[in-house]
Design a binder for this molecule. Structure first.
Ligand code: HEM
Length: 472
């Protein structure tokens, strides 16, 4: 029974029908620091700053760390779900990868939207599914055993370069399959060197769109890393073009990604150009190696401080009774330290309303994996590292988003999880993890990713008793 409105005397209770208020995005609260200060915080304190902003402003707030950009962070699961499900012509991602263009050009998956994106994803999918996945999985496991056995013992190492070289080998398998290019050793090393640029602040610049004198100046100042980057990228391109031609002329096509790319045709029936294939291949190396290397570093950084968890993984491995606990450890690691604390941005192409906020054309939405994954409303004791929470429990699609979601959800999630498990299995079954200083490593930016401040510095000490090498 409606209650009368005592103010107007109307017998109908209009409050029950009133639409919730919708505010324009410009009215969302956010950091008021100058842009340069926000950029500095984004680079140096990203996760801490994100958490602070959420405490101050709630699940929706503004950030301003790029000139002229209108950046909004969202971390309410319903908002994130709505973002993932928005029609393809309303939110675009293809123009959100500008700062990565220097690594992989502007024609690959990361720059495509709507039908073109869907078609490219469909065309590439068979190279990571079914039999192709089994081949990649077997190669990732074998390579982990091979590589981890060579990682130095009884000396302090930084895990990152070792993990990164391993993940580059796995993406070689994805891209080239059983036909390794004749110049692979050089090509793999050049790709590694190209990506080292992410350790430099200049990686945030779109210097290729800047006037030439600016690029010359940046090259001349060696400490920017620009000259090192451009020299290695040039060499990597030369070798990659050769590798593409080598395969094209051999006609030896299989179920690997390069074969899929060589089979793709444009609407007019023409094949992809060598440059387009290079862009897609480099997209895979960028998307699929640094991310997983970051996750492996965090995994070892955490386990070196969590001896009971490490011991429980060992016990499970030694028993040979499945990998439920190891899987839970990997899910928990990706919860506490998602390598991309803010997943790929969505740019608003048509106005839309999410969670009582109207976003306008040009606004940029970032869902924060870090904030969602640490939300105390969804995780008890959210800051604690507790793999048990995922024992035989699948992570929620909108409350655990290290791999994003919707139309551009990560293509390599199963491959990445296989890699992390394979490395952890081999390290933990053969070594103890030793650290003099067990203070958690803070996070630092490596391009759009976060890695441990010291690249996970620790010592691998061979296990003395009951040494078992792990095959799976
Ligand atoms: C722990 C490791 C990894 C993490 C955390 C990760 C995370 C992500 C995220 C957050 C996205 C964007 C999704 C979105 O914004 O909704 C993405 C996209 C992508 N990832 Fe991964 N990724 C990982 C490993 C890999 C691997 C191993 C591969 C390749 C085998 C890969 C290939 C891709 C590709 C191609 C895309 C773009 C998909 C598209 O545009 O349709 N990733 N990844």
């Amino acid at each position: 029974m409606p209650t009368p409105d005592t103010m107007t005397g109307c017998p109908v209770d209009h409050s029950a029908m009133r639409q919730p208020e919708v505010i324009p995005s410009t009215e969302l609260p956010g950091s008021t620091l100058p842009l340069i200060a926000q950029l500095w915080k984004y680079r140096t304190l990203r996760t801490v700053w994100l958490s602070q902003l959420r405490t101050e402003h709630g699940h929706r707030f503004r950030m301003n760390f790029r000139p002229k950009a209108k950046i909004y962070l969202i971390s309410d699961p319903d908002d994130v779900k709505a973002m993932f499900l928005a029609p393809r012509d309303v939110l675009h991602t293809g123009n959100g990868s500008d700062i990565l263009e220097k690594f992989f050009g502007g024609t690959g998956l990361a720059f495509l939207d709507e039908e073109a994106h869907l078609a490219r994803r469909k065309a590439l999918m068979p190279s990571i599914k079914g039999e192709a996945f089994k081949r990649i999985e077997a190669a990732a496991i074998a390579r982990a055993k091979h590589d981890v056995a060579k990682w130095p013992r009884e000396e302090i190492i930084s895990v990152h370069p070792h993990a990164h070289r391993y993940t580059i080998e796995v993406i070689r398998e994805v891209v080239f399959g059983r036909v390794t290019p004749s110049s692979w050793d050089d090509l793999g090393e050049e790709i590694f060197q190209v990506m080292e640029f992410n350790n430099h602040l200049a990686t945030v610049l779109m210097f290729e769109r800047a006037p030439r004198p600016v690029t010359w100046l940046l090259r001349a100042i060696r400490s920017t890393g620009v000259d090192h980057f451009l020299r290695h990228r040039e060499r990597a391109d030369e070798l990659l073009f050769e590798a593409i031609e080598e395969r094209r002329s051999s006609g030896d096509l299989g179920d690997d990604m390069l074969s899929m790319l060589l089979r793709i045709t444009h609407d007019d029936g023409s094949a992809l150009s060598t440059r387009e294939i290079r862009d897609e291949v480099m997209t895979m190396f960028v998307a699929g190696t640094e991310t997983t290397a970051s996750a492996i570093c965090w995994a070892l950084e955490y386990l070196s401080r969590e001896p009971e968890v490490a011991q429980r993984v060992r016990a499970e491995l030694d028993e040979g009774a499945g990998d439920a606990y190891l899987t839970a450890v990997v899910y928990e690691l990706l919860r506490v330290r998602p390598p991309l604390p803010m997943i790929i941005l969505r740019k608003v192409m048509k106005p839309l309303e999410i969670g009582g906020v109207r976003y306008e054309v040009g606004d940029e939405l970032f869902a924060s994996a870090h904030l969602l994954n640490h939300d105390p409303n969804h995780y008890d004791d959210a800051e604690a590292f507790r793999p048990e929470r995922f024992l035989d429990v699948k992570p929620g699609a909108n409350t655990w988003i290290p791999f994003g979601g919707g139309a551009i959800r990560c293509l390599g999630d199963r491959i990445a999880i296989t890699e992390i498990k394979a490395v952890l299995s081999n390290v933990l079954s053969t070594c103890e993890l030793r650290r003099e200083d067990t203070t958690p490593e803070r996070t630092r930016s490596r391009g759009v990713l976060i890695v441990p401040e010291n690249d996970a510095r620790l010592e691998l000490v061979p296990r003395t008793a009951d040494l078992k090498l792990v095959e799976n």
